[in-house]
Design a protein around this ligand. Structure first.
Ligand code: RRO
Length: 292
């Protein structure tokens, strides 16, 4: 797709991106989602060391969504070879990275000189020493953002909803030089098997995604719009054209779609078609805001 607009410093084919973590581990699955209508894609998060992830069960269906505790599985620096052809071809591939310190974020960012942008994962709810554990601290969020911003590329910061005031964290990212904030990562959650008398997930706790978290994501985007001046990318339970409109009325400049892809691989083109039919405008030209 020809880019219709630049959001958070990244030229996108439309206002809908594939969210991090979903079908983001291979170049083939990322380019397939671009062919199927995603305006951009975000990779699975890449960290400073290879990780196998948590032992299973690591992903279970629950009412209204999915509960996962994948445990940040990633091949670390080896991923550079996997996505090199996409980055060379200047595809809208945002590289999601994580670390435990600003220096670790910088170490990973340095491996991807051709990335059009980075999304900093400061928000995994069940990653000891990483993710929400550091993403709830405004100073650390600012320092990690500054460390990656030093490479001169657009930086998006993905935020956790598991904090008292997401606006404070969004402002910290903005102070660090972020070009956009993405909200939300998954909501910390758990299920217990009454039959087995033990937590279902191998890691006990995990992150909830899917339609169940959509209202939490709308609230987070609305709060961030009040707190920040940089673009907000809405993520969490988006699965319909009406959800996209609602996110934009809350203040989102674009959306990311994750769990819905598991139910409908054509979700991007289906939503684009519905937006056009219902509103008579292409997905790239939606306007609307509920803050007035
Ligand atoms: O890999 C995971 O377990 C994971 C990550 Br990195 C994340 O950011 N959010 C999530 O729900 N799971």
């Amino acid at each position: 797709q020809t880019p219709t607009e630049t959001i958070g410093g990244v030229p996108l084919g439309n206002h809908m991106l594939l969210a991090a973590g979903v079908l983001g581990t291979t170049a083939a699955s990322l380019s397939r989602m671009l062919r199927l209508g995603a305006g951009g894609v975000v990779t699975k998060s890449i960290g400073p060391e290879p990780k196998d992830g948590h032992h299973g069960p690591s992903l279970i269906p629950v009412a209204g969504g999915i509960l996962n505790a994948m445990g940040l599985p990633n091949p670390s620096q080896e991923f550079t070879g996997e996505i090199a052809p996409l980055l060379t071809a200047k595809e809208p591939v945002v590289v999601s990275i994580f670390g435990g310190t600003p220096a670790e974020f910088a170490k990973v960012a340095e491996w991807f000189p051709d990335a059009p942008a980075f999304e900093l994962n400061l928000s995994c709810p069940h990653a000891e020493g990483y993710g929400a554990a550091i993403g709830a601290n405004p100073r650390v969020v600012r320092e990690c953002t500054e460390a990656v911003k030093a490479f001169g590329k657009p930086v998006w910061v993905k935020l956790t909803p598991n904090v008292a005031d997401i606006g404070v964290i969004g402002r910290a990212a903005e102070e660090g030089g972020a070009d956009a904030v993405v909200a939300i990562n998954t909501v910390k959650a758990m299920r217990i098997s009454t039959g087995m008398r033990r937590p279902v997930l191998g890691n006990k706790f995990g992150g909830l995604s899917g339609t169940a978290v959509f209202p939490i994501a709308v609230r987070a985007v609305y709060d961030l719009y009040e707190a920040c001046t940089i673009p907000i990318i809405g993520c969490g339970g988006v699965s319909t054209a009406d959800n996209v409109l609602e996110m934009m009325m809350a203040g989102a400049a674009a959306v990311e779609i994750g769990s819905a892809v598991y139910d409908n691989i054509n979700v991007f083109s289906d939503i684009a078609e519905d937006l056009y039919d219902a509103n008579g405008i292409p997905a790239g030209e939606i306007v609307g805001c509920a803050h007035d």
